[in-house]
Design a protein around this ligand. Structure first.
Ligand SMILES: Cc1cc2nc3c(=O)[nH]c(=O)nc-3n(C[C@H](O)[C@H](O)[C@H](O)COP(=O)(O)OP(=O)(O)OC[C@H]3O[C@@H](n4cnc5c(N)ncnc54)[C@H](O)[C@@H]3O)c2cc1C
Length: 487
């Protein structure tokens, strides 16, 4: 199944698109093609830093209405042209890269709030609105989306939905799939699918969940309705230092077993604890810090604070007061904007984002750490999303390998051994960052042969000409490693 290709008449298609969208909303400029050949996938950024030109679309378009998106999709389907949906281009897995050329459909000009329903506490938006733009719209009205990924300034609602993203306050507010009540999607035929924006339904399978996480391979999301919440009345920070990871995880389990859901709950391993506590304290060897933020009504914040302090003290921790947690919250974007991860020649870095049940979580942490550090790179990790039954691990790796080829070999080796260890420990291979090109080869391993065949069958049914984001999620093309540019 690999029917769409770059063998199309770019000039003729460009002229047609200019008629529909206006000249300003269609580009074949080299500079635009280079800009759209990257997202925030570290390996692509490392390669671009060496001026490796690859994964370029032939055209970039900026539609402003759903009707324009439908026209683009119908034309592409008729002419077998690959289409790559783009919202913020802040994905970290290569999801917006043009594996086989085609048209990048940037939805950033579809960034309006269409309706704010204060009775139902829902907001309906177009896909190109940045997370921060939506948050500002809501906050001046006394509400919050509750969705605070660290990419809130650079990623948009369509991308959040397409990658099943999770914000840093997910314990309280949920992940994007918990927030979305309704979707509008342009299917690969150009037809429109709308799911009803309702609190819940048992009319068969939930169709919106088919598109949440489909990374632009099943349809282009053109409208979303989301739950919102009133801004919290009160906020309080707390930090506790545990003698080791086991006692930290044990406290987190107790917190959930007492039916408590602090907005922020981040447990750092010993390596990242040294980094996080740097300005506050020199922690003893093996110690792990837990940062918390309570955000709710005043009585609930007081209750959470009292009960969680007791749980943490009973689990052998030292109360560090609000300082470390508050400092993290107030400075959490410093690392990203501007990016301090541009580390220079010879360096490699990235993050593995995995998740497992409590039964496997600590085992998975140690297995991954051991496997990754055995390749010669350093790691530091945190657990930033917890559930009553388990949590995620965010394993950051940083290393130096010298020559460009060695950097890429080492980078691929780290991912290979890291994900192998996570898989063997019973974890999922992505908690929040999605698949893109980076994890495409792992999809059959994650879902098993039958599960992956079903995802492929859905793709073939919806998109028989394979025009939508070919190669992403490992769907619709030959294995990614054989594609132009490889990984
Ligand atoms: C500094 C930084 C911090 C981050 N922190 C977090 C975090 O805290 N939590 C988290 O979950 N992620 C995080 N990420 C990852 C990233 O923000 C998410 O993957 C995000 O959901 C991507 O949104 P985007 O708008 O940038 O999507 P894009 O990069 O534009 O697209 C991502 C994928 O979705 C598809 N897509 C985009 N729009 C649509 C649409 N309208 N319809 C169909 N498909 C579409 C694209 O084709 C692509 O496959 C971070 C990234 C960075 C760079």
């Amino acid at each position: 199944m690999s029917k769409a290709s770059t063998a199309f008449n770019v000039n003729r298609v460009k002229r047609q698109l200019e008629v529909w969208l206006g000249k300003d909303n269609v580009s074949a400029a080299e500079v635009d093609k280079i800009c759209y050949s990257r997202d925030a996938w570290p390996l692509r950024l490392i390669r671009l830093g060496r001026l490796v030109l690859e994964y370029q679309p032939d055209l970039i378009v900026w539609p402003q209405t759903v009707e324009q998106v439908q026209k683009i999709v119908r034309l592409a389907n008729q002419e077998r042209i690959p289409l790559i949906p783009v919202s913020g281009a802040g994905g970290v897995a290569g999801g917006t890269l043009a594996v086989t050329g085609g048209i990048a459909v940037d939805l950033k000009k579809m960034n309006r709030v269409l309706e704010f329903d204060e009775h139902s506490l829902t907001v309906t938006v177009e896909p190109g609105i940045l997370g921060q733009e939506l948050e500002e719209y809501l906050e001046i009205r006394g509400y919050t989306s509750g969705h605070f990924p660290s990419s809130i300034f650079s990623s948009a609602l369509g991308g959040f939905a397409a990658t099943r993203s999770a914000g840093v306050l997910s314990s309280k507010y949920g992940k994007i799939e918990d927030m979305i009540t309704g979707l509008e999607v342009v299917l690969p035929t150009g037809d429109l699918l709308r799911t009803k924006a309702v609190p819940r339904s048992s009319m068969g399978p939930d169709l919106k969940q088919l598109f949440i996480g489909s990374e632009g391979t099943y349809g282009i999301i053109t409208e979303l309705t989301l739950r919102v919440m009133p801004l919290p009345q009160a906020t309080k920070f707390a930090s506790f230092l545990f003698p080791d990871l086991t006692s930290g995880i044990s406290a987190v389990k107790q917190i959930f077993r007492h039916d408590l859901k602090p907005a922020l709950i981040r447990l750092y391993d010993e390596n990242e604890t040294r980094f996080v506590l740097g300005r506050f304290k020199s922690p003893p060897e093996g110690a792990c810090v837990l940062n918390l933020m309570y955000s709710a009504t005043k009585p609930l914040v007081q209750l959470e604070n009292r009960m969680i302090t007791k749980i943490c003290k009973n689990t052998g921790s030292e109360d560090l007061g609000p300082g470390p947690s508050k400092h993290w919250w107030e400075n959490r974007f410093d690392l990203y904007y501007p990016s301090s991860l541009n580390m220079g020649p010879g360096m490699l870095y990235d993050v593995l984002d995995v998740a497992a049940s409590f039964a496997n979580l600590e085992k998975m942490y140690w297995a991954m750490r051991e496997a990754i550090e055995a390749t010669g790179v350093s790691t530091m990790s945190h657990f930033s999303h917890f559930y009553p039954d388990g949590g995620n691990i965010y394993v950051i790796f940083i290393g130096h390998a010298g020559e460009p080829e060695a950097v890429e070999t080492k980078y691929n080796e780290v991912w290979q051994v890291g994900l192998e260890a996570a898989n063997q420990a019973g974890g999922t291979l992505s908690h929040q960052h999605g698949v893109g090109l980076l994890k495409a080869d792992w999809m059959p391993i994650e879902h098993g042969a039958s599960g992956f065949a079903l995802l492929q069958a859905i793709k073939s049914y919806l998109d028989p000409n394979n025009i939508l984001n070919p190669g992403k999620l490992g769907l619709g093309t030959a294995p990614v490693k054989q594609q132009k540019g490889g990984r």
